[in-house]
Design a protein around this ligand. Structure first.
Ligand SMILES: NC(=O)c1ccc[n+]([C@@H]2O[C@H](COP(=O)([O-])OP(=O)(O)OC[C@H]3O[C@@H](n4cnc5c(N)ncnc54)[C@H](OP(=O)(O)O)[C@@H]3O)[C@@H](O)[C@H]2O)c1
Length: 441
């Protein structure tokens, strides 16, 4: 699709909620700047919403407002479609039909691309029309552009990030205030940082969607979202934050994907992160993505991972890229995820075969020889203890809290050790924790 300079670029937006409203506002506020920069106006010609009665916090004067999502894909006055609905099935139909009808697409929908990326990117390549998705990972952080453009000539070895602001907010408040998980979750819901049904966020599903997209770009192959193991936050106890801090760590909601030779591993879990690392100091709703690549070394991108303006800013950046390409008649060269050589794809390894260092915390009867008993179980499995913290029993109590950090061992081995330790005589109650320690190597 070629657009002459001066001829307006007409945009159709599906969804005028948090992000869609911000996109309309950014486009309205910067309209004269865009007109000057691009020699052409960008006009929102149509929007689609579910409820026509809802008051919107943006000026939609002169814009056609409808409820038929699919109408955008065939509308004659729409050159580019921005999908900001969030639902997977409707969005899938819309994005496919837009590409089939010759319209480039911009979306913030990580679930859509994590679950249907193979099909959509193949169609996008076939039709020579881009699907851009800067807003789908890290909100306002321009990490997709970094992965797409700035690491050519590098082999990415590891991506590690804090890519769910809700989880980071919850863990930060628990760490700073000693507040209970249930209480901070309620606050997060009241403040609009967590959904009424927070499952997608707190169970790590949202982060796994985003991680699969980052990994696709990093490792140039399709990543099966289902093979990214994800763990929730609910098992992390206040005591763990206190002990981890004493041992030199923060606890962060980590998403990690690594490639070694012909294997890829990917997981989302709360993890101990050494206080010496930048990621340990990324707090609240802020997101961060660290990329380790063979030539450039380590880079870190930090910023707002959500919110209308931040996410809208990423959407608008994609839109401007598409507009330039339309003017240059170069849409086919904008961007298609390179999926590398199909005969040379690394396999995702099962989580039980991945290796981590582990933080173990138990409460045991305060009597001599308890640590020795645990140590001998670990020793029997060739697991060594790298650090240990023992807290004396509180006054009037007869149980002591022991926490240790192991060397790096296979997940299945640590699960065996856990089972053996929990059946030791002298183990006291159900109050124990097993948390993985983040290590990018
Ligand atoms: N919010 C963030 O900070 C953020 C950050 C990064 C990525 N994202 C992604 O951005 C996308 C949009 O998120 P959001 O927070 O803006 O969502 P939202 O506030 O819930 O807005 C969704 C919009 O889509 C409309 N919609 C939903 N289903 C529809 C249907 N069947 N037909 C027509 N319109 C429909 C809604 O209409 P009504 O208003 O009439 O209900 C609403 O305007 C999602 O994919 C999300 O994952 C959001």
């Amino acid at each position: 699709m070629h657009k002459q300079k001066n001829s307006p670029i007409r945009v159709g937006i599906a969804g005028v909620g948090t992000v869609g409203t911000a996109v309309v506002n950014i486009l309205n506020d910067a309209s004269s700047a865009f007109r000057q920069q691009l020699d052409t106006p960008i006009e929102v010609s149509q929007v689609v919403v579910r409820n026509l009665e809802t008051q919107r916090d943006c000026d939609l004067n002169g814009v056609t407002i409808g409820t038929d999502v699919m109408a955008l894909s065939s509308a004659e006055d729409v050159d580019v479609v921005i999908e900001l609905i969030g639902d997977v099935n409707i969005s899938l139909s819309l994005v496919k039909q837009c590409l089939l009808n010759g319209k480039p697409v911009i979306t913030a929908n990580k679930a859509l691309l994590a679950l249907h990326g193979d099909e959509l990117f193949a169609l996008s390549k076939e039709k020579k029309l881009p699907i851009l998705f800067e807003a789908a990972v890290g909100g306002g952080i321009p990490i997709i552009k970094v992965m797409r453009e700035s690491l050519q000539g590098n082999r990415v070895d590891c991506i590690a990030g804090i890519i769910n602001g809700t989880c980071n907010y919850l863990l930060t408040r628990m760490a700073n205030e000693g507040a209970k998980y249930e209480d901070v979750l309620l606050d997060a819901q009241n403040l609009g940082y967590a959904e009424a049904d927070p499952t997608f966020d707190v169970e790590g599903i949202d982060a796994a969607h985003k991680l699969s997209l980052l990994a696709r770009l990093a490792f140039h192959q399709s990543i099966e979202f289902e093979k990214i193991q994800h763990f929730g936050l609910a098992d992390v106890q206040i005591e763990d934050f206190i002990i981890a801090k004493k041992m030199g760590y923060a606890i962060k909601p980590m998403s990690v994907c690594k490639r070694t030779d012909d294997k890829i591993e990917g997981y989302v879990f709360p993890a101990l992160v050494s206080n010496s690392l930048l990621l340990a100091n990324v707090n609240g709703v802020t997101n961060a993505v660290q990329v380790c690549a063979n030539r450039v070394g380590e880079i870190n991108c930090v910023g707002p991972g959500a919110g209308g303006d931040a996410t809208g800013s990423a959407v608008v950046a994609d839109l401007v890229e598409v507009v330039y390409a339309m003017q240059e008649d170069s849409l086919p060269s904008v961007y298609f995820p390179d999926l590398g050589d199909s005969h040379n794809q690394a396999q995702m390894i099962a989580f039980e075969d991945t290796e981590h260092a582990y933080y173990f915390r138990f409460r045991v009867e305060d009597k001599p020889g308890m640590i020795k008993q645990f140590a001998s179980v670990l020793e029997g499995l060739n697991i060594s203890i790298e650090a240990i913290n023992q807290d004396e029993p509180k006054e009037g109590e007869k149980v002591a809290s022991i926490a240790l950090i192991t060397n790096k061992v296979q997940e299945k081995k640590i699960q065996k050790a856990l089972k053996d330790i929990l059946s030791l005589p002298g183990y006291v109650d159900e109050d124990w924790s097993l948390i993985r320690v983040f290590n990018r190597d």
